[in-house]
Design a protein around this ligand. Structure first.
Ligand code: GTR
Length: 335
């Protein structure tokens, strides 16, 4: 009888111990002997630009939450290369993270074209509801087979045309102008649809392209137009707001797979938690950049009737494959 009680007592103790162990495992903060990790993030914009400051906030959150065990070094100003080359390196695990525009990323994962069609979103809020809702999550998942992990989105603002030649107030004014676009087939199609000559080119080459006359114009948001000094060499700005091309933070699947599941989850959460800060900075910078450009005396043409612009870009929608047509429809249904 006594022996039986002892056996039961031992079994209860063992069960309790193994449960405690399992719980401990679940919560397991990284093993005390986990080695410090240093990872790199590539950013094309300068150190004081809202996306760069958003990247730094993300890195700070990771550092803080891992008590300094994981450091993400942010390399601004294209120090690690232009966006397309950087995306390739992320794919091979040579760079761990990058913040890029969805536009060059779509050359690697074409379904991302669905996010950058002209006049797709009704407003900034509509775009954010798409990005932070089920569609955004599905798009993150669609990156994985190509070697990327989607972890965060940043505010991109609306893009507008600018050029060094003349006032552009209707699509036909663009006829024959050589317009730089991001390295994206869809953007080439968009500019051709407007009757201009599309020249895909890396961001870092646009200033000298404008200055030497290799191109006549380009298109971008207020902060990029201002921070690159493009506004000094291409003074005609047309506020047509043709696209909002989301900014995305992606990680290399190879780099992420070297980390524990808990660290991967922590990194993903930190990227999401950096979004509100970047959006706030964006709103401030957009105003400051506009004020600076206006003060410089540039010619700003405001487009109130967007119908002819939308009509000129309709062909681009018709050309999209069914998978994208399906997403366009769903994006339209998002509140
Ligand atoms: C900016 C974007 C950059 C880059 C650039 C471009 O708005 O933030 O990542 O894609 O446009 O036009 O190349």
């Amino acid at each position: 009888m006594k022996a039986r009680k002892v056996v039961i007592a031992i079994m209860v103790l063992l069960a309790a111990a193994s449960m405690a162990y399992a719980n401990g495992q679940k919560e397991a903060a990284p093993a005390a002997d986990a080695k410090p990790v240093v990872l790199r993030l590539a950013e094309t914009h300068p150190a004081d630009y809202p996306t760069t400051l958003g990247d730094i906030r993300f890195a700070d959150l990771v550092k803080e939450r891992t008590k300094g065990r994981i450091t993400i070094e942010v390399y601004p100003a294209s120090q690690l290369g232009q966006e397309k080359a950087v995306i390739e390196q992320v794919q091979f695990g040579a760079i761990d993270f990058t913040r890029v525009s969805v536009s060059p990323l779509a050359a690697f994962v074409p379904v991302f074209n669905a996010l950058q069609l002209p006049y797709l979103y009704r407003s900034e809020e509509h775009m954010w509801n798409v990005l932070l809702g089920p569609i955004g999550k599905e798009l993150f998942a669609s990156l994985e087979p190509s070697g990327f992990v989607g972890i965060g989105w940043f505010e991109p603002g609306a893009r507008n045309f600018y050029n060094s030649k003349r006032v552009v107030s209707k699509p036909s004014d663009l006829a024959g102008l050589k317009i730089r676009v991001q390295e994206s087939e869809l953007m080439v199609g968009m500019v051709q649809g407007l009757g201009a000559v599309a020249t895909p080119m890396a961001y870092g080459e646009v200033y000298s392209g404008l200055q030497t006359g290799v191109i006549d114009g380009a298109e971008n948001n207020w902060p990029s137009y201002e921070s690159t000094s493009h506004y000094e060499v291409a003074k005609f700005f047309t506020l047509d707001g043709h696209t909002r091309v989301p900014e995305i933070i992606i990680a290399s699947k190879i780099s992420m797979s070297r980390l524990s599941e808990a660290d991967q989850a922590l990194i993903k959460q930190a990227a999401l938690d950096a979004i509100p800060y970047q959006r706030q900075l964006w709103a401030e910078r957009e105003k400051a950049s506009e004020a600076k450009v206006r003060a410089a005396g540039n010619t700003i043409t405001v487009i109130t009737d967007k119908a002819p612009w939308q009509a000129a870009m309709k062909g681009l929608y018709d050309k999209q494959p069914t998978s994208i047509q399906y997403l366009i429809k769903r994006i339209g249904e998002v509140k």
